[in-house]
Ligand binder design. Structure first.
Ligand code: NAP
Length: 275
């Protein structure tokens, strides 16, 4: 029987998840479909009831439902609990279990570009304090990194530092982040600054960047943001967000099927569909 997977969110716009997942299923020889369901917050309860009746096998959850979905689940795993957000639901034997693959998805993309593949004790500056920053900070915490977080709205960075106070983390103002930039091993942009169509913007000035710092941006449209382009020109190692996107999707598939999809094939399809 054809397995049913999908995505709920609002607005879904031009989500690349359906093409990425269906390419993976085809490559795996898996008889499955992946449908995108644009569901507003007001429709969430009804939509969940319909999905339960229809018997979906698993689904991804994106903005704005990552927190609200928790009320409809039988259980959530440790990562989802720590982030207070779910991006993957496994539906098996009538039980709905919430997971979050964003943190592991991100770290799987970052570790290969870090020397010794270790972040223990490394100084990492995270710009931004939204949902993506939570996933990145949780992931960095699992790797025992030393974290500074900085955001346009400073109070939100302070709230995040408080939420993750069991980690080595501090909130700092953006001007301090810029003036101490030379002390960091990794710089990560988790804001939407620089995303298509407003591609000329940068979340932080790079004047004090040292050449050994890895510069990572969660955005992958454009494929290289203005931040990454400048860092590359300065001779720094750069990492865009496509790896995180592919890995979080691949990890969802692993939870649903117990099988590892071909990440290279998934990435190729996402790149083909970028604007
Ligand atoms: P979010 O929860 O809405 O947070 C947005 C963040 O961006 C906040 O820190 C916000 O600062 C900041 N920001 C927005 N506009 C800004 C501006 N003009 N100047 C300075 N800061 C600004 O969104 P999110 O879910 O964290 O997503 C953030 C980005 O990560 C998006 O570009 C998204 O596409 C990307 N992302 C990528 C992946 C992936 O798989 N690669 C996964 C998740 C997210 P304030 O608090 O001051 O508003």
């Amino acid at each position: 029987m054809t397995r049913q997977f999908g995505l709920i969110g609002h607005p879904l716009g031009h989500s690349k998840s359906p093409v990425m997942h269906e390419a993976a299923y085809k490559d795996m020889g898996l008889d499955a479909v992946y449908c995108a369901y644009d569901i507003s917050p007001q429709e969430l309860g009804n939509a969940i009831r319909t999905m339960k009746v229809q018997g979906i096998d698993g689904f991804n959850v994106t903005i704005p439902h990552k927190v609200a979905i928790i009320d409809y689940l039988d259980e959530i795993d440790e990562d989802a609990e720590a982030m207070g957000a779910v991006n993957t639901v496994v539906c098996q034997d009538g039980r709905w279990v919430g997971k979050n693959t964003d943190a592991d998805g991100y770290i799987e993309s970052l570790l290969p570009v870090v020397s010794d593949q270790s972040l223990t004790g490394r100084r990492v500056l995270v710009i931004g304090a939204g949902g993506a920053a939570r996933a990145v900070i949780h992931a960095l915490g699992k790797q025992r990194a030393t974290i500074s977080v900085s955001n346009r709205t400073a109070e939100k960075a302070q709230e995040l530092a408080q939420l993750f106070s069991h980690l080595t983390i501090e909130a700092i103002p953006l001007n301090e982040a810029e003036s101490t930039l030379g002390t960091y091993d990794v710089l990560i942009n988790t804001t939407s600054v620089g995303m298509y169509p407003d591609t000329s913007k940068q979340p932080i000035a790079l004047d004090r960047l040292k050449q050994a710092t890895i510069v990572s941006d969660l955005i992958y449209n454009p494929y290289e943001t203005a931040l990454l382009q400048e860092a590359k020109q300065r001779g720094n190692r750069i990492l865009n967000g496509i790896g995180m996107f592919v890995n979080q999707g691949a990890l969802s598939i692993e939870h649903w099927t117990g099988r590892k999809p071909n990440r290279k094939c998934m990435e190729r399809v996402v790149r083909m569909h970028l604007t």
